[in-house]
Design a protein around this ligand. Structure first.
Ligand code: NDP
Ligand code: PYC
Length: 344
C-alpha cells in the first residue's frame, strides 16, 4: 500500500483545531482544551506518536469515566520562598502547569533554584514540552511524575511503579536545548498500546505476561507487567520518582493512583514535581560569572558526544519538528477515523 493509502497529512493548525474541537465537544473548558490541544499538536509534530493525536482517545475515555473535572480551575499557592504549589482540583495537568510556570520561573530567578508541585491532576502528556518551556527562559528544567502501577520492580513480576517519566532540559546559548525525556519503564505504555492497536509484536524485554514470562504479544503485555529500563537502575529511578513526585509532595503513588481509578480506565491521577535552576546563580565564589564557562563546558561535552557519531537525545524530535513545520504531519488513517468518531 502507498503512504497516501495508509496515512492522511494534516497541517499543524488542523491538528490543533481537531484536538480543541474534540475536547470542547466532550465538555472541556476552553482553557483546558487549548492547553491540551497545544501539547497534543506538539507531540504529533515531533513524531512522538504515543503522545500525539492518539492521546485524544485516552483523554475522551478519561472524561467519559466521570473522574476528571473537565472545567476545573487550578489554584496557585505560594508555599515557601522556593516552592510554589498548584492544585489541579482533579482537572488535567497541563493547565495547572501553565498556571504555575510564571511563579516557578520568578522564584528560580530570584533564588537560583525553585520547585513547583502540582497536586490532584490527571496526567497523560509527555514532559518534554514542559522542560523545553523552562529552558526557553534560560533555566535548567527537571520534571517527573508517577502514573498507574503497570511496571514491575526489577526482580519482580507484578506492577508497583508507574511508567514514571523523567525529563531534563539544559538551555543552550546558541540553539535548541539539550533535552531528554524518558519513561523509567523500558518503553512508554502508550507505545505498547499502539503496537496492540496495530497488531504488532513487541521486543521481549518490554514486558511480562500475566504468568510473569517475557512476552512479545502487546495485548498480553498490557494485561501483565511492564519492565523497567536498565534492570535495577531504572527500577531505582522509578522508585525515586514515586518518592519525590508522590510521597514527598503529598500525593498518590502509582499503586494508589491505580486503586483510585478502580477500573474506570481513566488517565492516572497523582502529582508532578517540576524543578527550575538558574545557571547564573551557581558557581563558586571565585568564579561567580560562571555562566559562559558552564555553557562552554556543556558545548564541549555535546561535541565530544556527537563527534564520535552519537546523537543527542531530542535530535530526532527536533528534525521531525522541522519536517512537520514544512510538510505537515502524517497520521495513520485508522487512527484519524477513530479520532473523527469522537466528534459524533
Ligand atoms: P524513548 O525511549 O522513545 O526516548 C527517550 C529519550 O531518549 C528521548 O529524549 C529520545 O530522544 C532519546 N533517545 C532515543 N534514542 C536515542 C539514541 N539512540 N541516542 C540518543 N538519545 C536517544 O521514550 P519513552 O518511550 O521512554 O517515553 C516517551 C514519552 O512518553 C516521553 O515523552 C514521556 O514523557 C512520555 N511518558 C509520559 C508519562 C506520563 O505519565 N505522563 C509516562 C511515561 C512516558 P528523541 O525523542 O529525539 O528520540
Ligand atoms: O505512555 O506510559 C505512558 C503514559 C502514562 C501516562 C501517560 N502516558
Amino acid at each position: 500500500m502507498t503512504d497516501s493509502e495508509t496515512h492522511v497529512v494534516l497541517t499543524l493548525d488542523e491538528v490543533f483545531s481537531l484536538a480543541r474541537n474534540v475536547l470542547l465537544h466532550h465538555g472541556m473548558s476552553e482553557a483546558h482544551a487549548v492547553a491540551i490541544a497545544r501539547v497534543i499538536t506538539q507531540g504529533q509534530r515531533d513524531e512522538c506518536h504515543s503522545h500525539g493525536i492518539y492521546r485524544l482517545l485516552v483523554c475522551v475515555r478519561s472524561l467519559k469515566s466521570g473522574k476528571v473535572d473537565a472545567r476545573a480551575t487550578p489554584t496557585l499557592r505560594d508555599v515557601a520562598p522556593g516552592v510554589v504549589n498548584v492544585d489541579a482540583h482533579y482537572g488535567f495537568s497541563l493547565l495547572a502547569f501553565e498556571t504555575g510556570l510564571p511563579a516557578l520561573i520568578k522564584k528560580a530567578r530570584g533564588q537560583g533554584i525553585a520547585a513547583m508541585t502540582i497536586n490532584r491532576c490527571f496526567h497523560f502528556s509527555a514532559l518534554w514540552p514542559e522542560v523545553e518551556m523552562i529552558a526557553a527562559e534560560g533555566l535548567v528544567g527537571l520534571a517527573m511524575n508517577p502514573s498507574h502501577s503497570w511496571v514491575a520492580p526489577a526482580g519482580g513480576t507484578r506492577g508497583v511503579f508507574g511508567t514514571n517519566p523523567l525529563a531534563f532540559a539544559w538551555p543552550r546559548a546558541n540553539g535548541l536545548p539539550f533535552v531528554f525525556d524518558f519513561a523509567t519503564s523500558a518503553i512508554a505504555r502508550g507505545d505498547i498500546e499502539l503496537h496492540a492497536r496495530e497488531g504488532k509484536a513487541i521486543p521481549s524485554h518490554w514486558a511480562l505476561d500475566r504468568e510473569g514470562r517475557p512476552t512479545t504479544d502487546a495485548r498480553a503485555a498490557l494485561e501483565g507487567a511492564m519492565q523497567t529500563f536498565g534492570g535495577h537502575k531504572g527500577s531505582a529511578l522509578a522508585a525515586m520518582i514515586e518518592l519525590l513526585a508522590g510521597a514527598l509532595i503529598g500525593d498518590l503513588t502509582s499503586m494508589e493512583s491505580q486503586a483510585f481509578d478502580a477500573g474506570a480506565g481513566a488517565s492516572p491521577c497523582h502529582g508532578e514535581l517540576v524543578i527550575a535552576i538558574d545557571p547564573h546563580r551557581f558557581g563558586s565564589e571565585g568564579n561567580p560569572a560562571s555562566y559562559e564557562a558552564g555553557q562552554a563546558r556543556a558545548e564541549a561535552l555535546f561535541a565530544a558526544m556527537t563527534g564520535q557519531g552519537a546523537r543527542l537525545p531530542s535530535q530526532r524530535r527536533f528534525e521531525a519538528r522541522a519536517r512537520s513545520e514544512r510538510n505537515g504531519v502524517r497520521v495513520p488513517k485508522a487512527l484519524y477515523a477513530d479520532v473523527l468518531k469522537l466528534l459524533d
